[in-house]
Design a protein. Structure first.
Length: 355
């Protein structure tokens, strides 16, 4: 699938604004009122994780390349905030909206309203449970769970106990990662016991539940964090219990995460954690903006292989999803079952980027 990229003469910068702050901005919002640039609304889902802060950094960079004028908000992981932010964007005359709804069921009425007003939507990282958007830009989240399973199952020799620190099960991402990890373990490593702990993507909740589980099961040998939100608390707990030891030590607890943030890569290099699945923050921003631009231009997406190492699938009638590449990252680039990993120093990883 080929795209024509437009180069802008100037770079549009966009801060993280609340809906109230946006309401105070110049109200035209039309293409003409923005010096000929197409006005697009982007809602950032949260700014309390390194992954989403990286995404927030990349969005204005690519908006400048594509000649887009941004109206940005931050819903802070609250669908009510997201709904209010979208109302502000509509009042400002945006031509398209990019969002990353964390509650993929509660966002449906807002999507219906935007559809009525013929404002196209691109959903980043998450897919709405019902209804349609122009494109979903995410990676295969079931593959996240499968890759984590293959890594831990192989490292544990197919037996032992692991804790899965789940995200929010109201999110398609939390459900996909959880179901795939459990299914993979049952099929390939039936000797591994999995303790699933729901955390709602909250670091304090994750730390508390991991502490309780380690107290009840001191022989736990693996932890799967469905996002890097749990990284600091997990490492601190293992250190307190004398379990932060090299992989060659029998007491070592293998840790695999999702995101691929620079801190995770640094921890893999130092031996403090073992693996992560690199979720492409830069490409989420790039392709979300490209697709919203395509939608405004009236282009029709098609399923199949793309020219950027991904595959567009048809999830259901009227809903397409571009599944971007998200490799397993390890210190040595080894293979785990059917899963190949890339070395932590691979310069193609966005977490190694200096920009």
């Amino acid at each position: 699938m080929k795209f024509q990229h437009l180069r802008a003469a100037t770079v549009v910068t966009a801060g993280v604004l609340t809906a109230a702050a946006l309401a105070g901005c110049s109200g035209g919002g039309s293409t003409a009122a923005s010096g000929g640039k197409t006005v697009v609304g982007v809602d950032y889902p949260r700014s309390d994780t390194d992954f989403w802060n990286a995404y927030i950094k990349y969005v204005p960079q690519f908006a400048g390349q594509f000649g887009l004028d941004l109206k940005t908000t931050n819903s802070q992981n609250d669908v009510a905030n997201l709904t209010a932010n979208v109302q502000t964007m509509i009042s400002q005359g945006v031509k398209g909206v990019v969002m990353a709804p964390q509650d993929t069921a509660a966002i449906i009425p807002t999507l219906q309203q935007l559809a009525t007003k013929k404002i196209p939507v691109v959903s980043v990282d998450t897919r709405p449970d019902q209804g349609n958007v122009y494109m979903v830009v995410r990676a295969d989240n079931r593959a996240y769970g499968e890759k984590a399973c293959q890594f831990l199952g192989t490292k544990l020799g197919g037996k032992g106990k692991v804790v899965m620190l789940q995200g929010d099960l109201a999110s398609i991402n939390g459900r996909d990662r959880t179901e795939a990890f459990n299914d993979c373990m049952k099929k390939n490593f039936p000797g591994v016991t999995v303790f699933g702990e729901a955390t709602n993507w909250d670091a304090n909740t994750a730390a508390q539940k991991l502490q309780t589980r380690l107290t009840a099961n001191p022989d736990i040998k693996g932890v799967y964090m469905q996002s890097s939100f749990a990284l600091s608390g997990t490492l601190q707990l293992l250190k307190q219990r004398g379990l932060a030891v090299p992989a060659s030590d029998p007491k070592h607890v293998f840790i695999v995460s999702n995101d691929g943030i620079p801190e995770e890569l640094a921890k893999i290099r130092s031996g403090e954690m073992d693996a992560t699945v690199s979720q492409p923050a830069d490409l989420f921003a790039k392709w979300a903006l490209q697709y919203v631009k395509d939608a405004i231009a009236g282009k029709t997406p098609t399923a199949g292989k793309t020219d950027h190492d991904s595959t567009i699938i048809q999830v259901r009638d009227g809903l397409m999803e571009d599944q971007l590449a998200a490799p397993l990252v390890t210190a040595d680039g080894a293979t785990f079952g059917p899963v190949n990993s890339v070395k932590v120093d691979d310069q193609s990883l966005w977490g190694n980027s200096k920009s």
